[in-house]
Design a protein around this ligand. Structure first.
Ligand code: NI
Length: 177
């Protein structure tokens, strides 16, 4: 497995709508290797999720996992999952604001409103159809990655930029707010 270079804000790949995957493409060894490399890359940089466009591949694939993560120490765990061609539907209008960061927007965090309850229809890495409900932080991570696959970053979702903060200032001024 390899650790891949992460695209940063300003690279056009982050603003493209990623290409849907056919089952044939998904099952190709090169795609399966890309998925393994994405998982490796996410773990290397302590991410809780990574979309393919963040490693310069404009394809509808995202990986996520929340384990013992030093960047998000207080968050509930989410098992390692691979989303392919995901569709997200909010199940209610309920939204919640919380902090997000992004490996493509290094060193910054901001407060982002997200739907609390969503339905997720997706393929897994083997092409199996999954249909499940995600809530709270799990739902947040999926919406963040889903946005990447649609050419959006979390900054686009902030109500305004007044909470945007560098990590050092986050620890100093915002951690206990
Ligand atoms: Ni991100």
């Amino acid at each position: 497995m390899s650790i891949l270079k992460v695209s940063r804000l300003g690279h056009p790949v982050l603003r493209r709508v990623a290409q849907p995957m056919s089952l044939e493409e998904l099952r190709a060894p090169s795609t399966q290797k890309l998925i393994d490399d994405m998982i490796e890359t996410m773990k290397e940089y302590d991410g809780v999720g990574l979309a393919a466009d963040q490693v310069h591949e404009s394809r509808q694939i995202a990986v996520l996992e929340v384990a013992d993560n030093p960047r998000y120490p207080d968050k509930p765990k989410v098992p390692l999952s691979v989303l392919v061609n995901p569709r997200v539907t909010p199940l209610s209008e309920d939204m919640e604001e919380d902090w997000e960061g992004c490996l493509s927007v290094p060193d910054l965090r901001g407060r982002v409103p997200r739907y609390k309850n969503i339905r997720v229809q997706t393929l897994d890495r083997d092409g199996k159809e999954l249909d499940f409900v995600a809530t709270d932080f799990h739902a947040r991570v999926i919406q963040h990655e889903w946005d990447h696959l649609n050419g959006k970053v979390y900054l686009d979702r902030m109500r305004d930029l007044s909470t945007l903060t560098f990590l050092q200032e986050f620890s100093r001024y915002w951690l206990n707010v």
